[in-house]
Ligand binder design. Structure first.
Ligand code: FES
Length: 123
């Protein structure tokens, strides 16, 4: 069902974990499948310097979280907000149609983590 790129990212995900004293945390879930994804960010001067994820979910959700965290590190907050689920799917070289919502969780978790930071800092 999954291509090799997805399986590789699922088998060896990057940035697994939680950043203690994170500057922003975004936790989202999908009601229909029950999967949950949490992304924590370290932010320095508007730039994301570190990102980690904890995902209770399917292989596509774990692979999506892994690439999403890799994509945001080094980006400004505005650049990170521009990352769409289709960018995650492209990086994964495709997901089965019924698994597209898993990549949407990654987009939402990034947005929520940035909003969390902005809300706290009032920036
Ligand atoms: Fe719901 Fe993958 S099946 S996140």
């Amino acid at each position: 069902m999954y291509n090799e790129r997805v399986m590789q990212e699922f088998a060896e995900p990057k940035n697994v974990g939680f950043i203690e004293n994170a500057d922003g945390v975004g936790k989202v879930g999908n009601a229909s499948c029950g999967d949950i994804m949490e992304i924590s960010l370290k932010i320095d001067n508007d730039v994301i310097t570190d990102a980690k994820f904890r995902t209770f979910g399917c292989a596509a959700a774990i692979a999506s979280s892994s690439v999403a965290t890799q994509m945001v590190i080094g980006k400004t907050l505005d650049e990170a907000l521009n990352i769409k689920n289709k960018d995650v799917v492209e990086t994964l070289q495709g997901l089965p149609p019924q698994k597209i919502h898993c990549s949407v969780l990654a987009e939402e978790a990034i947005k929520k983590a940035v909003e969390d930071y902005r809300g706290k800092k009032n920036v």
